[in-house]
Design a protein around this ligand. Structure first.
Ligand SMILES: [Zn+2]
Length: 311
């Protein structure tokens, strides 16, 4: 992908990521979709339709489409109080995932406790009950195969519902180029390395100074760093993406596109530590694609439209 293409794509997605991030209202009301005509329904912003769906479709789990344009059936809810993890911002109703993702999060939380000095993990947004675009906060997370995991350690007690809504996560960076060393420890590095070491994990997204720190920190086999990619946001959580699971023929993996140097610690990191990725934010008037148009329901895979309508 050329630099200019990379920038424009980044700009589109970055807008969505950065125009967030707290969603105080979760979508639990009944969708109004059944009262509209078919054509007007298809023109509706997909995020409004999927954001209003309260329950999954019970059937064999399948992810359909792409990470940023798709949906999910057979989702399971990650337990709000797991043995080694707690779900945050429960009012958002975004703790739904493909069962493969549920297993991966639970394994990561268990391993982090056993080996990496974590008491447990705080889990942010995963996906909506039927996946699909969200009303706010994310360009991806549509297949139940993306999860945000906080870099703040889990307290040693069960958080109240109110605490889950209001607890402020610890930021790990001071600015675009500087890690906050009063917040960051080796435990965060170990956790991200652990996640990257799983074969099912396709990508991990972190803010650029975090990637820079991991590049300095890693010794021995550094190949896991190729999966850890700089991106906008992700200053207090990291984003784990897994590959399309078996039995999801309509799920499309993203291109493998590994960094040329095998770690992304060279040219790619230098790009993200430079001014170019941030230009569009500093000059919004020059960006005619910003903010991006809201994808309509018609722009999703046909099967996702049926999933949106299904009772
Ligand atoms: Zn995310």
């Amino acid at each position: 992908m050329s630099r200019s293409r990379q920038l424009s794509t980044s700009a589109l997605v970055g807008w969505t990521l950065l125009s967030i991030s707290v969603c105080p209202t979760a979508a639990t009301s009944q969708p109004e979709r059944r009262t509209t005509t078919a054509s007007s329904f298809l023109k509706k912003p997909a995020k409004q339709v999927f954001g209003a769906i309260a329950a999954p479709i019970s059937m064999q789990a399948r992810a359909i489409g792409t990470y940023a344009r798709g949906c999910l059936v057979g989702a399971q809810a990650l337990p709000v109080d797991g043995a080694t993890g707690q779900v945050m911002r429960t009012s958002r109703n975004r703790n739904w995932a493909h069962p493969a993702m549920i297993s991966l999060i639970e394994k990561l939380a268990d391993d982090a406790k056993k080996y990496d000095g974590w008491n447990g993990l705080l889990i942010g947004d995963i996906a909506q009950p039927r996946g699909g675009p969200m009303r706010d906060g994310h360009a991806s997370h549509q297949l139940g195969l993306d999860a945000d995991i906080w870099l703040t350690p889990m307290p040693d007690y069960t958080l109240s519902t109110d605490e889950r809504e209001k607890m402020v996560p610890r930021e790990m960076v001071k600015d675009r180029h500087t890690l906050d060393r009063s917040a960051w420890t080796d435990a965060q590095a170990r956790l991200i390395k652990r996640a990257a070491s799983y074969s099912q994990v396709a990508r991990i997204f972190v803010n650029p100074p975090i990637k820079q720190e991991l590049c300095k920190w890693a010794t021995g086999d550094r190949s896991w760093l190729a999966k850890v990619r700089p991106w906008y946001g992700h200053t207090f959580h990291f984003h784990v993406r897994i590959v399309c699971p078996k039995n999801s023929p309509g799920c499309k993996n993203q291109s493998p596109a590994e960094p040329k140097d095998g770690t992304g610690c060279g040219q790619e990191l230098a790009y993200w530590m430079g001014p170019k990725p941030w230009y569009w934010m500093e000059h919004p008037a020059n960006q005619n694609s910003h903010p991006p148009a809201q994808p309509s329901l018609a722009s999703l895979p046909a099967e996702c439209r049926q999933i949106a309508i299904a009772p």
